[in-house]
Design a protein around this ligand. Structure first.
Ligand code: GLU
Length: 494
């Protein structure tokens, strides 16, 4: 059975590159009816934080990923946090020590540094020189007496290491270039290399799918697997994700954490789809996929060896596409926190209010690019408008208000607030009074919504209803809701 893992370190928010690693592991597992597990690599105690672990889980869930084993869901191969597995690393490092495949090294940092500088100057080689490989009992006792705390080093055999990487193909590493590396630090905690290998071994990982930045670690891992007499998993190293300028994706290129995209109003479904296309392509060149299609189509063979370029514009385009095809009810559900955060909806909105919001979302749906457009475009309906002084000066001039006051009288007698009927009434009003429609429509729109754009004017009025439309017109005419900020007032209504 296929068993794959996503192994993030909780030292920051989930980054696009890592999210893609998680996604590819997930797709691979689901495609092969395998197991996808989440392992938290938190042995770096200084940099790891519980908040980041919590955030990682939330962000992965937001993306729509679920896992079969992990710190929150358990499983038969736990614990799933490296900090809780220290006894296992200790057992296996003891085993390597007993078998003579690892040794204790008592060199101090200063000694190592000094010898490294010397070796660099003399031979151009800066690896560990193997000084503690064959210490005698007396030497060990002397070091222990001095109170030195040893590290455990792996005794690197000089052999050539070859790997058939499922993405990169045949890769050869020369064993001589690797010096005896540390597997257990002086505080008793494992190094990254050792913990990864022990976990992959004990968790029976069949495929290690990770970023190309780990390719250079792979020979070390292979040697450790061999020393532990464990079968090798298959390796697949995914190309890096770059910014449009082809440098490594970073904050300079805009948002890079999944959280930032979520907060900017991207849809998880769109993001999921977009991420899948970073370094992977279908045979047909199709770009829009449902989750099920991606699971069916995904294959490591079609992962590219060349770096993927993260294109914010393309993501935005794809998000717009998803915004248009997502049912308004779901858009409302997803934008609810945004609407509430902006004070446009109460914490417990009534069903009737929600139903109206949904209708508004449906009306405006074609224009949304992200969820953040929703409060912006439907906010007029939920809260009395705040008038921009520039718009007031331009559209709500004394002459325009005179027209609006005449129109308000007509609207008071309008029995039904339906878009088509309202349009009829307003157009007839223009004709009778001989007003150019633009002179009426624009001020009317600004008066009732505070905006020059938005849904159709008559749809807006119908949605607001008679009472609210007239109330807004009334307060504009009474000059209640705004001040121009220039002359201290927008001018008298009459
Ligand atoms: N914890 C490592 C990282 O966050 C992953 C190691 C691995 O996948 O082997 O990059």
């Amino acid at each position: 059975m296929v068993r794959v893992r996503f192994a993030p370190s909780p030292t920051g928010y989930l980054h696009v590159g890592n999210a893609r690693t998680a996604l590819f592991n997930y797709l691979f597992a689901r495609k092969h009816n395998g197991c996808f597990l989440l392992r938290i690599e938190d042995t770096d105690r200084e940099r790891s934080a519980v908040e980041y672990e919590k955030a990682l889980l939330e962000d992965l869930h937001w993306l729509g990923l679920d896992w079969d084993e992990g710190p929150d869901v358990g499983g038969n191969y736990g614990p799933y946090r490296q900090s809780e597995r220290v006894h296992l690393y200790r057992q296996l490092s003891e085993k390597l020590l007993q078998e003579g495949l690892a040794y204790r090294c008592y060199c101090t940092k200063e000694e190592l540094q000094e010898r490294k500088e010397k070796a660099l100057a003399e031979k151009g080689n800066a690896g560990y020189d193997g000084r503690c490989r064959n210490l005698t009992r007396t030497q060990i006792a002397a070091y222990e007496k001095e109170g030195r705390k040893p590290v455990v080093r792996f005794l690197v055999p000089s052999e050539t290491i070859e790997v058939n990487d499922l993405i990169r193909g045949h890769v050869v590493f020369e064993g001589e270039t690797i010096s005896d590396f540390v597997i257990v630090k002086s505080d008793g905690l494992p190094t990254f290399h050792f913990a990864v290998v022990v976990d992959d071994l004990l968790m029976q990982i069949t495929h290690v799918i990770r970023g190309e930045d780990h390719l250079s670690n792979t020979p070390k891992h292979i040697l450790l697997f061999r020393a532990l007499k464990a079968p090798l998993p298959q390796f697949a190293h995914m190309s890096m994700t770059l910014g449009p300028d082809r440098t490594r994706l970073s904050k300079r290129h805009g948002a890079t954490s999944i959280r930032a995209f979520k907060e900017a109003g991207y849809l998880p479904e769109a993001f999921f789809n977009y991420l899948a296309l970073l370094g992977w392509a279908s045979t047909e060149g199709q770009e829009i996929f449902t989750r099920e299609e991606l699971i069916r189509e995904f294959s490591l063979k079609r992962c590219s060896k060349t770096a993927a370029v993260f294109d914010h514009q393309k993501l935005l385009w794809m998000n717009g596409l998803y915004m248009r095809k997502t049912p308004p009810a779901r858009l409302l559900e997803l934008s609810l926190p945004l609407l509430q955060a902006q004070g446009l909806l109460p914490a417990q909105p009534e069903t009737k209010l929600l139903a109206r919001c949904e209708r508004l979302i449906a009306l405006e749906q074609e224009k949304f690019k992200t969820l953040s457009d929703i409060p912006e475009r439907i906010g007029f309906f939920l809260k009395p408008p705040v008038y921009d002084p520039e718009l007031v000066e331009k559209y709500l001039t004394p002459a325009a208000r005179q027209i609006l006051s005449e129109l308000a009288t007509v609207l008071e007698n309008q029995p039904e607030f339906q878009p088509a009927l309202l349009e009829n009434t307003v157009r007839s009003f223009c004709q009778e009074k001989n007003y150019r429609p633009a002179l009426v429509f624009h001020p009317l729109r600004v008066a009732i919504s505070g905006m020059t754009k938005g849904p159709g004017l008559f749809e807006m009025m119908a949605l607001l209803g008679k009472e609210e439309t007239l109330r807004r017109l009334g307060s504009v005419l009474r000059n209640e809701t705004f001040r121009t900020g220039k002359d201290g007032g927008a001018g008298p209504a009459a």
